[in-house]
Design a protein around this ligand. Structure first.
Ligand code: HPA
Ligand code: ZN
Length: 326
């Protein structure tokens, strides 16, 4: 299939990826053993069988529990290195990845341990493959804004190694407005901001992310089509939507990939693209997401190129570097 070859061959970028969501069951078991942690699953197969989610929260419960095996700088390095190897194999040349420091500092793991390990692998991928990267500190929205401020205080000594800020975790009941002051502070620090919105939450949350958090991208945003005024705003502002198709299917945001609104988003003039979100939990990395969309939605070569170009354009690469890939 020509389009499938195109998908594999094209240089690509990934803009919506949670590094904790790349923890494969095999590595979870290996790290649990190395760190003397017992997992409530008998085997890798039993763990994988538990990846049968009914919504975002049922996934998050497992995702936060799984991250408990990550303890040392070496653990975070190995996790990130394994992801970057898979991304490189998919011809991904640039990544902008999220990390959730609160998931780890709440367990007594120092902020610097997490950051140093992830950065070791990102720097190595830059040296080895010329892969460029950005690292996005994502706040957990089920926690309070004060806890977000405490995390930001821990990040301050490391701001030279943090490229932007994000907002993730349980969306319903935790609107962007809850974090308006925190994101205002993030902007004062001169960093770009993004937020998950319109995954399970209503279009109103996308509006809040734009107007109150002043984000430069919306993570997911697939529910935006429910509000024509919002579609107009996103189109006029050329606001990128980092859509994650396999995630949407596995978390029951859409009932079937064949009914995903990816094409409708593009046809509405929105800067949508494809990303992998938490690939170890959702059944595939970037190429797998694009290939599944090609198959279920019969994506054309032009649509694939548009999705990939939208992703480079939405990235935080300087214009000269974008030109290399567009
Ligand atoms: N949505 C919200 N929070 C998350 C996700 C997601 O898809 N993945 C990891 N944390
Ligand atoms: Zn996400």
């Amino acid at each position: 299939q020509d389009v499938d070859d195109l998908i594999r061959r094209l240089p690509k970028t990934e803009l919506h990826l949670h590094i904790e969501g790349t923890l494969e069951p095999e590595m979870m078991f290996a790290l649990a053993q190395r760190n003397g942690i017992s997992l409530p699953y008998a085997s890798v197969e039993a763990l994988r069988a538990a990846y049968d989610f009914s919504n975002l929260q049922s996934f998050l419960d497992l995702y936060y529990a799984g991250a408990g095996v990550l303890q040392t700088r070496q653990d975070f390095y190995e996790l990130t290195r394994a992801y970057l190897q898979r991304a490189h194999a998919d011809n991904v040349v640039h990544v902008e990845i999220f990390f959730d420091p609160q998931t780890h500092t709440a367990r007594g793991i120092p902020f610097a341990t997490v950051l140093d390990g992830i950065r070791d692998a990102l720097d190595e991928a830059g040296c080895t493959w010329g892969m460029s990267s950005r690292l996005i500190l994502s706040f957990l929205r089920h926690l309070s804004e004060d806890e977000g401020f405490a995390t930001l205080a821990e990040a301050l000594p490391h701001l030279d190694r943090i490229d932007g800020f994000g907002l993730d975790s349980s969306e319903l009941g935790h609107p962007p407005s809850k974090f308006a002051m925190l994101f205002a502070r993030c902007h004062e620090l001169g960093k770009p901001c993004v937020a998950h919105a319109g995954e399970e939450g209503p279009p109103e949350y996308v509006w809040e992310a734009l107007e109150l958090l002043k984000v430069c991208r919306i993570d997911h945003g697939v529910r935006s089509l429910e509000d024509p005024a919002l579609v107009k705003r996103l189109a006029e502002g050329a606001v990128p939507l980092t859509v994650c198709p396999l995630s949407n299917v596995r978390l029951k945001v859409v009932d079937d990939l064949a009914r995903h609104n990816l094409r409708q988003l593009l046809q509405a003039g929105l800067k949508a693209m494809v990303n992998s979100d938490d690939p170890a939990y959702f059944g595939g990395y970037l190429n797998a997401n694009l290939l599944a969309c090609r198959q279920s939605l019969d994506l054309s070569a032009d649509e694939v190129v548009t999705l990939v170009n939208n992703s480079f354009e939405a990235s935080w690469l300087p214009d000269v570097d974008k030109q290399r890939w567009l």
